[in-house]
Ligand binder design. Structure first.
Ligand code: PTJ
Length: 244
């Protein structure tokens, strides 16, 4: 599809194209396109920009990731299609592990995503969903995690999902960071920090923030990592109310 750069919805149409390409390449699940539609609707209402409440969450997330003993970035099909390069950059910078965790799990798609990440980062170890149900609770495929990855992690970055996994990760004493445009989702409400922003903007902003604060002392980082997620979600919902 040839989309002229001057098209008023150029950026949004390009994101859709990246997902459709991801579907053709066997990275994105079919339902991933529907999930994107939900996110897109929220993004439209939030003004398609990184709002103040998102930036505050990004700062607290950057500090939490830098403080972590073992941070892991959980990736699904949509993340692999939309922000693969940025995920690798983040993982190198922090440094953090990458783990493929799929809701609509198939071995084929898991392997396609691993290959795509390996192409971007040959030295990266990409964890995959373990064979055992490791996290007690979630009934979906998402409960299967890697022993060396999410099971051992103390901080898990969970972009783009709505479900019960975050609740159970928290029950396992892990700090959870979500990126979700839907401030009403279970994931958004249960995470320790929720970045209410489009992942295509949130990840580059997170990279910038990590670069900015990575030399700070642990005491300074601890200060920056303090965050009241409930209050911050209220700010996001307040903006929606105002716009409506
Ligand atoms: O690749 P898989 O099999 O793991 O499947 C991935 C999807 C996304 C299909 C799966 O996790 C799913 O069904 O997710 P949900 O339950 O639809 O939740 C996705 C959440 O992400 C929703 O709350 C959307 O509003 C939000 N969302 C969608 N696109 C974006 C987004 N948030 C941030 N940035 C986006 N680009």
């Amino acid at each position: 599809l040839n989309i002229p750069e001057g098209h008023p919805r150029y950026r949004s149409l390009m994101i859709r194209e990246a997902l459709v390409r991801g579907l053709d390449e066997g990275l994105v699940g079919r339902a991933g396109l529907i999930a994107h539609g939900r996110g897109e609707a929220f993004d439209y209402m939030f003004g398609e920009k990184t709002n103040d409440f998102a930036m505050d969450a990004i700062i607290a997330s950057a500090a939490s990731l830098l403080l972590a003993r073992h941070p892991v970035i959980s990736v699904n099909g949509n993340v692999a299609a939309l922000v693969r390069k940025e995920t690798v950059t983040l993982s190198r910078l922090i440094p953090a592990d990458i783990e493929v965790n799929l809701f609509y799990w198939t071995k084929d798609r898991e392997q396609n995503i691993v290959r795509a990440f390996k192409k971007e980062c040959p030295e990266c170890i990409i964890h995959t969903q373990g064979n055992e149900k490791m996290i007690p609770g979630p009934t979906s495929e998402r409960s299967r995690v890697s022993l060396e990855g999410i099971l051992d992690a103390d901080v898990v970055l969970v972009p783009l999902e709505d479900g019960d996994r975050v609740e159970y990760l928290s029950a396992c004493n892990k700090r959870t960071i979500a990126v979700d445009l839907n401030p009403f989702s279970r994931t958004a409400k249960n995470a320790d920090i929720t970045i209410v922003d489009n992942v295509v903007r949130a990840f580059p902003a997170l990279i910038e923030e990590v670069e900015k604060i990575r030399e700070m002392s642990r005491a300074q980082l601890r200060e920056l990592s303090k965050f009241d997620n409930r209050l911050n979600l209220e700010r996001a919902i307040g903006l929606l109310k105002g716009r409506i």
